[in-house]
Design a protein around this ligand. Sequence first.
Ligand code: COA
Length: 382
Amino acid sequence: MSSAPNAAPQVAKGLEGIVAAATQLSDVQGMVGKLTYRGFDINDLADHSTFEETVDLLWYGTLPSHDLLEKLTRKLVAARPLPNEVLGGMELFPKHASTMDVLRTVVSMLGLHDPDGVSNSVSANVRKSIRLTAQMATITAAWYNISQGRKPILPRSDLSHAANFLYMLHGKEPTAEEAHILDTALILHMDHGLNASTFVARSIASTESDMYSAVSGALGALKGPLHGGANEAVMKMLLQLGDVSKVEPFIKDALANKRKIPGFGHRIYKTTDPRAEQLRRIALMLADHTGNRKWVEVSEKMREVMRRERPEIYVNVDFYSASVYYTLGIPIDLFTPIFAISRVAGWTAHVMEQLMDNRIMRPDSIYVGPKDQKYVPLEQRQ
Ligand SMILES: CC(C)(COP(=O)(O)OP(=O)(O)OC[C@H]1O[C@@H](n2cnc3c(N)ncnc32)[C@H](O)[C@@H]1OP(=O)(O)O)[C@@H](O)C(=O)NCCC(=O)NCCS
C-alpha cells in the first residue's frame, strides 16, 4: 500500500486493496456483480459454452474455431488416464484421507512422472496445463472408488469432461441434464481474479519453480474453509439444520457471536455474485425436476434471513453449489475437489501469464517483535 513519505507503513491485512498482478484472464467487478473471462460475461458462457470451450478461451484468448476446439478436446481426452505407478501409489494411501489432501499429494507425484519435468518453456507448460486439467478429474474419481475399496473406473474417451467425471465416479453414464449441470458449474468456477489459491500459484510461479509445485500449493490454499472448502461446510450446515424452522435461530446466534456462516460474504463482491445467481437457478430447477425441495427450501430461508439481518453480506459461489452437488448424488468430500477440477484451468493459465512478464513476488512486512535482545548462553538462562 503506498503511503506518504515518512508516514508509518500500514499493514494491508489480508492484502485487501493490494493490486499484485495485471491479468487478461478474468475481471471481477465486485461493485456491479459482474464477472468476465477474457471479456466474455460469465452468464453468456454458462448459458452457451462448455467446459472445454471455456478452457480454450481462457488459455488462448479467443473463442476457438470448430477445428481448434476439437484439437484441444482430443488432447484433454488423451491426457485423462493416470500413470499406473501413480494409481498404484494411491492404493497405498490411508483410506480415510480427504480427497483434497489426495489431490495435493497426487499432483506432486504426477510431477515426478511428467515427461516435461520441471521445464518452464511455453510449450512444456501448455502440455502440463493440459495434463493437469485432464487429470484432476481422474484423480478425484479414482480416489473416491479406491477409498471405497473398489478399483478405479478408467476414463472414457467418448464423453465430455463433465460427463466422463460423473461416469468415472458412479460407473454409469450420467443423464444429459446431470452432465450439463456439472459442465455449467465447472465453467462458473474456472477463474476469479487474484483469489487466494491463484495468488499462491502465481507466487510459486514467480520464483521460477514449476507448474506442479504451483498447482499443489494452490490446492493447499483452496482446501481452506474460507476459500473452496466453504462448499463442503455449507452442506454440513444444511444437513445439521435439516429444517427451515432451525434457520432463523441459527443465523441470529451465529451473527450475535460473530461466527462466519459458510457460503456468505466475499472480499470483492459488494452485491450479488453472478455465479451464485446461476447456481441458485440450477438448484431451483433441479429441485423441481427431482421433487426433492428440502435443501433449496433451507437454502432459500437462509438467504432470506441474511438479507434481512445483514443485507450487505450476499451468498457466494459456494452456497448453492453445495445442494446442487448433493442432489446429484456427489459425496460431500468431493465438493471442493470439483472446484479444483475447474479452477486448475485458471491456475495454469495464471502460471503461464505470470511467467510471460515475471518478477518475483516479494511483499514487505513490518517488524513488531522485541528489539535489541542480548544473546544469553544456554547455561546462564533461567
Ligand atoms: C469470504 C470471506 C473469507 C471474506 O472475508 P473478508 O473479506 O476478510 O471479510 P471480513 O471477515 O472482513 O467481513 C466483513 C464483515 O462481514 C462479516 N462477515 C463476512 N462474512 C460473513 C459470514 N459468512 N457470516 C457472517 N458474517 C460475515 C464479518 O464478520 C465482518 O463483520 P463486522 O464488520 O461486523 O466485523 C468471509 O466472508 C467468510 O469467511 N465467508 C464464509 C466462508 C466462505 O463462504 N468462503 C467462500 C468465499 S467464496
